[in-house]
Ligand binder design. Structure first.
Ligand code: PGA
Length: 244
């Protein structure tokens, strides 16, 4: 595992964007596994900036996102498609027909997950998978206790995740209770993983994930078994990691 310790959120975002940018530069038709949430926003901003300066070309890139809320359509402002559009897709020269997320409007969970798995297999999986980390150590919406083996599946969100995501909705009752998420098996099959983390509130999750035992109670801990993980974090997020 390679760890980049950066001073603050901006520097962490720059470094994460550099890893993603390098991937696009080295393999213009790469498959990027993308993530939503507060953590990657700064990295997406940087990528857009570099695109505008002529340094990056997204025209041959394919993207597969980690997850989507069940029940939200693409034009719902809280949907992850909307987020991706807002922060990246609408701002770069990516071909929309090659940007994939689970279909939140598909009410048949089995069908939604099967279709998304087929897409992921058809594009050949991710060359680089970007991840955030939840306070409870979740990756995507793979919550503590979930089975490690799964591909895309439907999950009931944990209370802690619902509370953490309430900030994006009008009230807690508006937060969807279910989501479609890539499973740990899908995430682990990415050729390279980039986990980005920022802030003191993530310090315990980062410590448990990378310096604690590998256990389904901390879904991100499985990444210790991945052969090519890049952890990009700021000093606050690494403050509980003794070796960092
Ligand atoms: P955050 O979410 O980037 O908004 O902190 C990360 C996650 O829950 O995976």
């Amino acid at each position: 595992m390679k760890i980049y310790k950066e001073k603050d959120y901006d520097k962490m975002s720059f470094r994460a964007a550099a890893v993603i940018g390098a991937q696009i530069y080295m393999k213009p038709d790469c498959v990027l596994g993308l993530a939503t949430g507060s953590t990657p926003i700064g990295a997406y901003r940087k990528l857009v900036e570099w695109y505008e300066q002529g340094g990056l070309d997204f025209s041959a890139v394919t993207t597969i996102n980690l997850d989507e809320y069940k029940g939200l359509s693409r034009d719902n402002e809280q949907s992850y498609y909307y987020f991706m559009n807002e922060h990246l897709f609408s701002k770069v020269n990516i071909d929309r027909s090659r940007t994939f997320l689970p279909d939140g409007t598909e009410t048949d969970s089995d069908a939604a997950c099967r279709k998304y798995n087929e897409i992921i297999h058809a594009v050949g999986g991710a060359d680089l998978q970007l991840l955030g980390i939840g306070h409870n150590g979740h990756i995507g919406f793979n919550e503590p206790g979930d089975c490690f083996e799964k591909e895309t599946h439907c999950v009931n969100l944990s209370e802690r995740t619902i509370q953490a995501n309430t900030r994006f909705f009008e009230s807690e009752k508006d937060v969807p209770r279910q989501a479609y998420t890539m499973g740990v098996q899908t995430i682990m099959s990415a050729r390279r993983i980039l986990l980005a983390a920022s802030g003191e509130d993530k310090a315990e999750a980062v410590r448990a994930a990378f310096f604690g035992p590998v256990t389904p109670q901390v879904p991100a801990s499985i990444l210790q078994f991945h052969p090519d993980v890049v952890l990009v974090a700021d000093e606050a997020a690494l403050s509980k990691c003794p070796e960092c």
